[in-house]
Design a protein around this ligand. Structure first.
Ligand SMILES: Cc1cc2nc3c(=O)[nH]c(=O)nc-3n(C[C@H](O)[C@H](O)[C@H](O)COP(=O)(O)OP(=O)(O)OC[C@H]3O[C@@H](n4cnc5c(N)ncnc54)[C@H](O)[C@@H]3O)c2cc1C
Length: 428
């Protein structure tokens, strides 16, 4: 190992940001210890056996896109490229729960969006010229909301901008920061079909994004301390000198670094004075165990629903899962009511004839993302801190991206790259 590299890196949090940082550091020959307060890795992107459904479910559907280059690099590094699944083509089928109308948004190849001139590929009732609102989103200032850029009515708003904004930013367009949508459009939809093919975990989030990382890292010598909460950092004027790991002091030597990849609300407690964006709205998922598997090309079916309670329906094997983002108004709604009301959307989206509601589980993630509003986005801290050997990672740090897997992985890579810079190690 180069003498300029840190001797050891302590990573707080085994969500995707922490795992991505560990993967990059271990590949560069730096040893790491990952402290995770939960008994397993994954954080907000996890899977577990559900006793009601008697199968493994994810905490929530996680949609990725083929243009998410950090995710692609991450799955390659952990040998899990073949564990992503999705339709062969970039196609986003929708159904209107009110009218029953169906359409499919199908971006074409190439960066010039000629496909918009084909009515069969765009949202019905819209003209190609209305999509110029994309340009207003791309030019959005830091204080602009999505509604200020794209309006708040009309077919394009109801059937494209509103579902896209709620799905990507977990915030209604009237509140959502347009500045966070621009990079997503630039890196996916504006690059053409090859960059916006929808992808999900083939089997489960754990089997695709988490377990292969833990296995790869453990084999390479990384140490995982699951069930260990970092309760405090001991700080000198310029450095972290120790970690309080559940009451046990872990010294951080002058040549060590610390990457704090815990969520924003934990970061604020560990690093007094840190300004971080507040939590945003909950995301609710409903998982139904169907009597028989849904077959679909590419092993997974994804249908957007407008005008219903469900927003997206994912079908993978015999599990149909509904996502409802920006779901503050469902926080206190009983699970049975959500299950019953969403089922008609699922049956419509997947064209199921059986009206019997199958066994189901509701998962409410109250702190799913930070509040992705212009005001909150301004509070995102950068990776470096005033402590020379302390770096921040996590989807809430200033990645310029929304709170997504791509943002989390990129933040972990960035923190690792900062640690690997000679200047980070030498400041003692
Ligand atoms: C229901 C839901 C649906 C989502 N859908 C999508 C989607 O479709 N597409 C998409 O790209 N993204 C989606 N996301 C967002 C995505 O899951 C997150 O952006 C990503 O998982 C965040 O990773 P992270 O590593 O930054 O944070 P986290 O996953 O929160 O990881 C932080 C880790 O730190 C640990 N920790 C906390 N405190 C301590 C401590 N004191 N000591 C040690 N460890 C600690 C936590 O247990 C956790 O494991 C969704 C999120 C949710 C909840």
């Amino acid at each position: 190992m180069s003498p300029r590299l840190p001797s050891h890196v302590h990573i707080i949090g085994a969500g995707l940001a922490g795992l991505a940082a560990a993967v990059r550091l271990m590949a560069a020959g730096v040893s790491v210890t990952v402290y995770e307060s939960a008994p397993r890795a994954g954080g907000r992107c996890r899977s577990y056996h559900d006793p009601v459904l008697d199968c493994v479910i994810d905490n929530g559907n996680h949609l990725m896109l083929s243009g998410n280059h950090a995710i692609m690099a991450y799955v390659k590094a952990i040998g899990a490229e073949d564990r992503l699944a999705g339709p062969r083509d970039a196609a986003f089928p929708f159904v209107d729960a009110a009218s029953g109308a169906r359409w499919s948004l199908r971006p074409g190849n190439g960066v010039i969006p000629w496909w918009l001139f084909d009515p069969a590929r765009r949202v019905p009732g819209t003209t190609a010229w209305q999509y110029l609102s994309v340009a207003r989103v791309m030019r959005a200032g830091i204080g602009d909301t999505m509604a200020a850029c794209v309006g708040a009515s009309g077919a394009l708003y109801r059937n494209f901008w509103e579902p896209l904004t709620v799905a990507v930013l977990n915030t209604a367009p009237s509140e959502a920061a347009a500045g966070l949508m621009g990079p997503v459009l630039r890196e996916t939809f504006l690059k053409g079909a090859a960059a916006c093919r929808p992808l999900v975990a083939r089997e489960s989030l754990a089997a695709t994004l988490v377990d292969p990382a833990v296995t790869t890292l453990t084999r390479a010598g990384a140490r995982f301390r699951f069930g260990t909460r970092i309760r405090a950092l001991t700080l000198s004027d310029t450095r972290v000198t120790a970690l309080d790991a559940d009451g046990v002091s872990v010294p951080v030597s002058d040549s060590d670094s610390v990457i704090m990849a815990a969520p924003a609300w934990i970061g604020e407690t560990l690093l007094p004075g840190l300004a971080a964006p507040p939590p945003g709205e909950p995301i609710v998922n409903v998982h139904y165990r169907l009597p028989s598997p849904v077959t679909a090309p590419g092993d997974v079916r994804l249908v957007g629903v407008v005008g219903g309670m469900a927003q997206w329906v994912f079908a993978r094997g015999d599990i149909a899962s509904v996502t409802i983002s920006a779901a503050s108004d469902l926080a206190d709604t009983p699970a049975e009511e959500i299950i019953a009301r969403c089922w008609s959307d699922v049956a419509l989206a997947l064209e199921l004839s059986d009206s019997t509601v199958p066994p189901a589980r509701v998962v409410k993630e109250k702190r799913a993302t930070f509040a992705q509003t212009p005001a909150a986005a301004k509070l995102r801290p950068g990776c470096r801190t005033r402590f020379a050997n302390l770096l921040l990672a996590g989807d809430w740090t200033d990645t310029r991206l929304p709170a997504t897997i791509e943002g989390a992985v990129r933040s972990g890579f960035t923190a690792a790259d900062e640690v690997l810079k000679p200047s980070a190690a030498k400041a003692a």
